[in-house]
Design a protein around this ligand. Structure first.
Ligand code: T4K
Length: 361
């Protein structure tokens, strides 16, 4: 008998009856969108939970990045990491800026801050790092470099909900942090995202920009688009937020089970992270070679287990961003990394089975 398929992730969802209470309200009031009461409540609850000043909810993480770039008037060259989801670099280019890739640290897989300054030119206006798989970037050094050269900093914090460094939210660094609440994220609103900032002016500007450029009196005061979060999404967020701590604890247990079961395997390495500064949203493992990775992937597919090559290829090699320098660390990591299934309802026996396939590779 073939085993049921296992995918790289499954959404973390509150019990349905809890979500239904929010849907009941929508059915009673008929308020579905336009910065309704549930979006306002979610923004408030998130800012308390995340210990940040402003959370401006939007329709997805890509829009959050786009609004962050627009609101800070970024132009020209933007220094970023090649080891990320395509959305990061795509939105820089979409905003008519040029992504300039800097190689990554071989252990944390985040942008290597020591290599940023050599890529700064007269055209550079910003740095856009990613806290990849939730491991915090070297924020202190990045902020120091940005201040020295007068650059804006937008963090792509799509993976980095509930991450603190020295008891301070990682989202408090930079001008704006852009979050994703996609179905595959630790915290989800189906589709959704947010811009987080301490800056009152930027928060207000993003609020207007997500709503066609209208201010509260519906005067047109800025250029804008439609990036509003709906009440249907916000209600799901309110229900899911109550479960977030439990989801994170649960994923951490499963992550650590994987680590134990794979600790003897000579040909893989884990991301370098600090246990308290990580949210366990992904289970990435780095193989010694692409050949080993492909062998493991094939074995897993034979067992109906579907992993993901997050993030392949290294974005400096993608033709739409050419010309770019070759970046050996990112290219090696991107070729040899695999994300294993990780979600709160994943049974431990399945983790054991997955690890057995990898050992046999
Ligand atoms: N910056 C970074 C660093 C990001 O990683 C992302 C998104 C963004 C920015 C942009 O944020 P958003 O605009 O997306 O909010 C997924 C997600 O679509 C994407 O949000 C995420 N990063 C990226 C890393 O992964 P795919 O193409 O791998 O996802 P998909 O649809 O194949 O789903 C993977 C697995 O999840 C499926 O095999 C089954 C499961 N799944 C998926 C969905 C959509 C479900 O069980 N239910 C679902 O509804 O990109």
């Amino acid at each position: 008998m073939t085993s049921p398929s296992i995918y790289v992730t499954k959404p973390s969802l509150a019990p349905l009856e809890q979500y239904v209470t929010y849907l009941n309200t929508i059915w009673e009031t008929g308020v579905m969108t336009h910065h309704g009461p549930m979006v306002q409540r979610l923004e408030k609850e998130l800012s308390t939970y995340l210990k940040v000043k402003h959370v401006v909810c939007v329709s997805n993480g890509t829009c959050a990045l786009q609004l962050a770039i627009r609101a800070t008037d970024i132009t020209g060259e933007v220094i970023t990491t090649p080891f990320t989801f395509i959305a990061t670099a795509n939105i820089i280019a979409w905003e008519r800026c040029r992504p300039v890739f800097v190689d990554i640290d071989p252990d944390t897989w985040n942008i290597d801050p020591e290599k940023i300054e050599e890529k700064i030119t007269d055209e550079t206006s910003a740095i856009l790092p990613v806290h990849v798989f939730s491991a915090p970037c070297d924020v202190d050094l990045i902020q120091t470099i940005a201040a020295k050269h007068g650059l804006k900093v937008i963090y792509d914090a799509a993976h980095a909900i509930a991450v603190e460094v020295d008891r301070k939210s990682i989202l408090q660094y930079g001008d704006i942090s852009a979050m994703s609440f996609h179905a595959t994220k630790l915290f989800n609103t189906a589709e959704g995202g947010a811009c987080v900032t301490d800056n009152d002016f930027l928060a207000e500007r993003i609020r207007r920009m997500r709503f066609f450029g209208f201010d509260e009196r519906k005067d047109i005061v800025d250029a804008g688009m439609n990036a509003k979060m709906t009440e249907v999404s916000a209600g799901l967020g309110l229900a899911n937020l109550k479960w977030l701590d439990r989801v994170r604890r649960n994923r951490r247990e499963k992550y650590e089970l994987y680590q134990n079961l794979l600790s003897e395997v000579q040909f893989i390495t884990f991301q370098k992270y600090d246990a308290e500064e990580y949210n366990y949203s992904y289970m990435p493992i780095l193989f010694d070679s692409e050949e080993l990775l492909l062998r493991a992937m094939d074995r897993l597919i034979d067992g109906n287990i579907y992993t993901r090559r997050y993030f392949y290829p290294s974005l400096n090699t993608v033709p739409i961003f050419a010309p770019q320098d070759s970046l050996p660390v990112s290219e090696r990591v991107a070729r040899s990394i695999l994300c294993l299934p990780l979600y709160d309802t994943l049974p431990n026996e399945d983790i054991e089975r997955i690890c057995e396939h990898i050992r046999q590779a």
